[in-house]
Design a protein. Sequence first.
Lengths: 239, 219
Amino acid sequence: MKLLIRRALGPLALASSVATFVMGYFITPPDKVQGDLARLVYIHPAEAWVALYLSFGTATIASALYLWPRTRSMVADRVAEAAVEVATLFIGLTLLTGSIWGRPTWGVWWVWDARLTSTAVLGVLMLGYLALRRANDDPQVRAKRSAVFAILTAVNIPIIHFSVMWWKTLHQGATVFTENRDLKIHGSMAWTLLLSFLAFSLNFAWMVRARYRIADREAGQRDSDLDAALVARRTETAS
Amino acid sequence: MIRLVLLVAQKDLLIERRSRVLLWQVAPFGLMTLVLCGLAVGPTASTQARLAPGLFYIVLTLVSLLVINRTSQLESSRGTVTSIQILGMDPGSVFLGKALAMWVQLATVGSALLVGTTVLLHVSVRAAVLTLPVLLLASATLSLAGVLYGRIAASSANAGTLLPALALPAFAPVLIAGERAFSSLVVASPLARWVWLLSVALVAYASVGLLLYGALEES
């Protein structure tokens, strides 16, 4: 089963991405008000879902697992690192596609809207996380400090979001579910939107898995380099 | 626990009293930054007064970085952290003690900067006096967060440049809430939600610190 998931993940991610593209670009009709610009809805919300919820949620859970002594393992640390790297990429893409949508809609590339600003702040925090990892060589120190930083960021996110939301907000309201739980998107557009969420989630899983494997091999390489250096030193001392 | 908190705070404040870094380096930096802010927004008194709350909190945030860096450097000499660990002190108490010492320092510099803002940027004395409790709350939040971020960045390569990258984005809510509360006092509008936000941030940082400072000390 594991092998099947491992083998199928990449092709499934690719197939669902292609299907989203075909549905979003050729099959769904343009929006009555926004025209073709509305097709960004098949990319932007799914990117934000991966960046803000899936990736960051994974990183937070993995960090908590690392900090909990009973579940502490380098696997959790590597998963957290992989998830944050993917989160950083998707936060960048979310801001980019948001700007592309905002320019014709709001007339500017950037507005001090709550969601935009808190996403940007989260992006900078993620860069900080990656900088922190590169500033510590000892794997245990790096893992522990990064895990605390990730938890601290998770606690900070709602505070940042509410502070900026109360400060000012302009962002378009919820598209799929309003406060009254009625759908604001229908037919092929709704299905394509759902498909895009599936496609981006599969891409996220595939990317995290690939990044995890690289981190695992890097750690293995470091260990074997260290072993080789120790053997060489012992041989040198013996001779 | 309280005795231990006070002991750690007393130790940090004693070091500060002897070194006078706050008086001769941090406070002059803050006042100079305030002067530069005044120069940057132009000579119109009404513009300066309108922007004063935001400029004040920007300067306070920058000053807090210096104080955090200084506080985390106190334990940077070889073996100090290990010595503290060997003493078997409760990490939560160490965290609160360090935060208390940092709060005293930040509140002191913040009050001096508030006087500077009143004089240089033409804020009314009434608004400045009324914002003092908010300043105390904001500096307490910055202190709790500062001890955590300072410890995370400590002993890393390039800790001095790493600290702003880690802490500044997280300080955004304090900056926003402080500035909004100060502005509300200037234009006499409600400020309860900003005080509430600062209080939530304070409780959040205190809880995370009490839970996780031990893990940071181990590293």
